[in-house]
Design a protein around this ligand. Structure first.
Ligand code: SF4
Length: 259
């Protein structure tokens, strides 16, 4: 597809389209599992910049990100010039910086980072166990056990791994974002702040809940690692409670389209 960059996207918005305005602000970014791809401008942008599901190599992704930022930066400079805005003008960032510091040093940020480390270490040290489980599935198939049942088990197992992998980095990013927004005083609009804080916290909470279910699935399969998995389950369960304490409205809060 011919790349048209940011101007192409703006043109696209001027034409009749089916996009849902700002839907990408409420999602967990897992486009491969999203039912709104056809209606999401953000998803459409991926193709404008060459993000490609068939080539999700780091090199291709970094090239696309770099191209996107350079295009965006050029666009901003041109627009600022047209509107007489001085992009070099000093802006008071103290409120932003204070909020950032408070969010970064908050116990919940530390705890979500600890969860990230637990999972990262688990994946790095459990390659053998995961290979062994895959061999078990193959062995069951070779022994002539019910094929459909084995396939369901394989799907369930793979899904649990994918869910854990998707959310273990996202949870800490979203919690940090929710805390940052909560501590920043520069927003006058309380309703906007409420929605921003709870949207980020909700994405993290849903990620924790889905991960909890996924770990329970792995617990059923990986008997020889049940102690470690139990530790992670207990940690995640506590994290969910603490997220709900820090963000008392998050459990009831509903994101448009996704809850
Ligand atoms: S709304 Fe769906 S398609 Fe759009 S960015 Fe989010 S996950 Fe991806």
């Amino acid at each position: 597809m011919k790349k048209k960059g940011i101007r192409g996207m703006i043109d696209k918005l001027k034409e009749p389209n089916n996009f849902i305005s700002g839907i990408y602000n409420y999602c967990d970014g897992w486009c491969e599992r999203c039912s709104y791809t056809e209606r999401c401008l953000n998803y459409s942008t991926r193709f404008e910049y060459g993000f490609n599901e068939d080539d999700d190599s780091l090199e291709n992704t970094l090239d696309s990100v770099s191209e996107m930022f350079s295009d965006l930066s050029g666009f901003l400079k041109e627009e600022a010039e047209k509107r007489g805005i001085d992009l070099n003008e000093e802006v008071d960032m103290s409120d932003y910086e204070n909020a950032k510091e408070k969010a970064n040093s908050h116990p919940l940020t530390t705890k979500t980072y600890k969860y990230f480390q637990l999972v990262n270490d688990w994946f790095n040290s459990r390659k053998e166990i995961l290979t062994k489980q895959t061999d078990e599935f193959i062995k069951s198939a070779e022994l002539g056990f019910d094929e459909e049942k084995i396939q369901n088990n394989v799907n369930e197992f793979q899904d649990a791994i994918e869910v854990i992998r998707w959310y273990f980095t996202l949870i800490r990013v979203k919690i940090n974002r929710a805390l940052h927004t909560k501590f920043e005083n520069s927003y006058d609009d309380e309703e906007f702040t409420f929605e921003q804080v709870n949207t980020s916290a909700k994405i993290a909470l849903v990620g924790c809940e889905k991960s909890l279910a996924a770990w329970k699935t792995l617990y059923d399969y990986l008997k020889e690692d049940e102690d470690k998995i139990l530790t992670i389950l207990a940690y995640l369960d506590k994290l969910i409670k603490e997220i709900k304490e820090e963000f008392p409205d998050v459990a009831e809060f509903k994101r448009p389209y996704f809850d």
